[in-house]
Design a protein around this ligand. Structure first.
Ligand code: NAP
Length: 291
């Protein structure tokens, strides 16, 4: 099995920068491709890439390419790469949605050794400045093989990702998009809704007082409302069908909980105790998902 020696990252933002920082000093030649020259200069100055360029051609000599551009540029970038890379180059991406990308790859004319990817780690920030070497430690990293993927490529890619401290979960793109609607996109939608509802509360005096009094609970529950709007919009719109289905389920759940609160305090108490205990068991004291 030929070893991976050279790794290219296209898009040096929060995710791409964190991959490079995490792989620094791990024995790879690291190449960086960004849209703006200043980003390349910064990555060279920070010593996280060996070579950089604003042109995609530099990536084509790599054994493995991570496409970390904004989600709406991912297909375009993979398409450009597909006719230029060496036949043995493995291409992966980090986009938060997998269905549309895998549909495109599975119908592409020329074979491309693509395996879809999605690191389940991130923040509400964007850009290289906000990236960090340990962003992926103990995080799950989803891989969705395409029809061109083979077991050998999967093993090679997994071994690089594991060097970042992440744990691989292999799944199907459709299942992935339904699952992330529940745990990534709904929190974003709810965070936006909660903040928006309080701001638009019909009694303006109460709204202003509430926002003045708001402390850590409201801050934690609305943190995601500040997520990079370009990313939020892309994720919610592209995964609209699954998000709408999840919103419907949430409305049902809210109605039931409201009914219990009004009609049966004993059951309501049991429900919130059960949820509190299940939620406590899901995360370690360091905040890592133990499931
Ligand atoms: P980001 O911080 O905004 O970084 C994206 C970078 O891509 C920018 O720094 C920009 O570089 C560069 N770029 C834009 N257009 C490009 C192009 N056409 N070619 C090459 N580079 C280009 O965004 P991010 O949060 O890292 O998101 C990147 C991907 O990660 C998205 O697909 C997203 O779905 C996925 N993801 C994000 C998170 C998260 O929490 N943020 C989590 C998991 C996965 P310049 O500086 O040169 O303009």
């Amino acid at each position: 099995m030929a070893e991976i020696k050279t790794i290219a990252v296209i898009g040096l933002g929060l995710i791409g920068g964190s991959i490079l920082k995490g792989l620094k000093d791990k024995g790879f030649e690291l190449l960086g491709i960004a849209r703006r020259k200043e980003t390349i200069d910064q990555a060279l100055a920070e010593n996280i890439i060996n070579k950089g360029s604003t042109g995609i051609e530099l990536a084509c000599k790599a054994d493995l390419i991570f496409v970390c551009t904004p989600i709406n540029k991912t297909i375009e970038t993979i398409n450009l790469l597909s006719s230029k890379v060496k036949p043995e180059t493995i291409i992966t991406d980090v986009a938060s949605l997998k269905g549309e990308i895998l549909d495109f790859i599975n119908t592409i004319q020329s074979p491309v050794r693509f395996i879809g990817g999605h690191p389940m780690a991130g923040t509400e920030n964007k850009g290289l400045d906000t990236s960090s070497e340990n962003l992926f430690e103990e995080a799950k990293w989803v891989l969705t093989p395409s029809k061109w993927s083979n077991q050998e490529d999967l093993i090679k890619l997994s071994s690089v990702i594991e060097k970042l401290g992440a744990k691989i979960v292999i799944t199907d793109p459709i299942q992935h998009d339904k699952a992330v609607a529940l745990i990534s996109h709904m929190p974003l939608f709810l965070s936006q809704s909660l903040f928006g509802m309080v701001k638009a509360y019909p009694d303006k005096d109460i709204s202003e007082l509430a926002l003045t009094l708001a402390s850590s609970g409201f801050r934690d529950m609305t943190r995601l409302a500040t997520t990079n709007p370009e990313l939020s919009k892309d994720m919610l719109i592209q995964n609209k069908e699954n998000v709408v289905a999840a919103v419907k389920e949430l409305k049902k759940y809210l109605d039931e909980l409201e009914k219990e609160l009004i009609e049966n305090e004993e059951n309501f108490e049991k429900t919130i105790e059960k949820t509190a205990s299940q939620r406590k068991k899901m995360y370690s004291s360091e905040g890592k998902n133990v499931l």
